[in-house]
Design a protein. Structure first.
Length: 169
């Protein structure tokens, strides 16, 4: 039992943040299927529980932990599987998660995954609602580098989608 922590607060936070965090992880890497992305998020939440009462920014902390866990799992996958091995099964999404991932979200993920890694990462953090300073801190970049990567990510996405430039962020 966790002391000084309201289980209802954690449950509400989990329900609210879990779907978006899974999308975030899935967008970061095409190496992870939906189930692996959900496992990464679950691991991040498991790591948060013992220190929940000390987290001043639990959302930012979870996203950073999930990012690091996803990168570690992707590296592990690349070490373990030869490139020519096909998966045993199609990437099926559980019924509970499928309701959260609408067609347009999948399309956004497909487009984001065509970006260079740093641009994709900055855009993924941006779409998750983080400010430039938070993104910079999480990724070890300057805020100018975050703005630069987002600018070129948007430029690349506009080029891919054949759309005109829109307003700021």
């Amino acid at each position: 039992m966790l002391t000084g922590v309201d289980p209802d607060e954690i449950g509400a936070f989990y329900t609210r943040e879990m779907p978006g965090l899974v999308l975030f992880v899935k967008t970061l890497s095409s190496s992870l299927d939906w189930h692996a992305a959900a496992d990464v998020v679950q691991t991040a939440f498991e790591r948060a529980l013992p220190r929940w009462s000390t987290l001043s920014q639990p959302k930012a902390w979870l996203y950073k932990v999930a990012r690091n866990e996803a990168l570690a799992r992707c590296a592990s996958i690349q070490r373990e599987l030869p490139a020519d091995v096909l998966p045993d099964r199609a990437d099926e999404v559980s019924a509970a998660l499928a309701a959260e991932w609408r067609a347009e979200q999948r399309e956004v993920i497909e487009h984001l995954q065509t970006l260079p890694p740093k641009q994709r990462e900055v855009m993924t953090w941006t779409l998750a609602g983080f400010a430039d300073a938070e993104i910079a801190e999480a990724l070890g970049l300057s805020t100018d580098a975050v703005k630069h990567d987002r600018h070129y990510a948007r430029k690349n996405l506009r080029k891919r989608l054949g759309t005109q430039k829109e307003g700021p962020r």
